[in-house]
Design a protein around this ligand. Structure first.
Ligand SMILES: [Zn+2]
Length: 233
């Protein structure tokens, strides 16, 4: 695939995504969301956040626990190595080990509590996920054709977003930067095919030296008038 083809491909996909996004916005505005649906969605989001937070807490505690365990093992190895002969130093070492063990006991209690809390959060998340899916399905059934269209649009949107990622992977960073900047500034279509010697967008005649760039290997240039990316494929 040439760069020109890759740019056109990305533009085509993004144009479809633009159209889908406009229609999705329209439909969502005209569909009536019930309080039950909104509440179910918000409860699901809260359950997701809570589970994420509790997973992180458990992970942190496990890491601290493992690091304490290592320190205890090292201190004990030193104590029984026979290398420490000074009674005062031995006593200090014993005290250190006892203190580390107390810390570890406290941490183990916290870890156990964190695991229980996480299990509860995971159960809650499962319950909320099921409830949200059931309520959303009932709601969609009550909304008729618009909801059917919404389901189809969301499916198409997900598919096109995947294609968009693949198309972007075909292009280098500088081209993507130019493309994204133009899309932000102008919106809509920013990659256009030449129509004979005219820019396909603003229809201004493209000078010979620009045409020459088009016939080179990469087959892309910029319209001197509207700045859009010109391609010939
Ligand atoms: Zn132009």
């Amino acid at each position: 695939m040439t760069k020109a083809e890759a740019l056109l491909d990305l533009q085509d996909i993004d144009s479809v995504i633009d159209r889908l996004t406009r229609r999705l916005t329209e439909i969502k505005a005209s569909l009536h969301e019930t309080e039950e649906l909104i509440a179910a969605r918000s409860a699901l989001r809260a359950a997701q956040e809570s589970a994420t937070h509790k997973r992180a807490t458990r992970k942190d505690l496990e890491l601290s626990d493992a690091s304490l365990e290592t320190r205890i093992t090292q201190a004990e190895q030193r104590m029984y190595s026979g290398l420490v002969k000074n009674p005062k130093e031995l006593l200090d070492l014993q005290n250190d080990i006892a203190s580390l063990r107390r810390q570890k006991n406290t941490l183990d209690d916290q870890l156990f509590a964190a695991m229980v809390a996480l299990e509860e959060a995971e159960n809650e998340l499962e319950t909320r996920t099921t409830a949200d899916a059931r309520i959303a399905a009932e709601w969609r059934a009550s909304q008729g054709d618009l909801a059917v269209e919404l389901t189809q649009l969301e499916h198409d949107f997900a598919e096109k977003t995947g294609e968009q990622a693949e198309a972007r992977a075909q292009l280098g960073a500088p081209d993507l930067v130019t493309y994204d900047q133009l899309r932000r500034r102008k919106g809509g279509v920013v990659v256009v095919e030449m129509e004979n010697n005219l820019c396909g967008s603003c229809k201004v005649r493209v000078p010979a030296h620009v045409l020459q760039q088009l016939s080179q290997a990469e087959h892309t240039t910029r319209c001197p008038n509207c700045e859009r990316i010109l391609v010939r494929v």
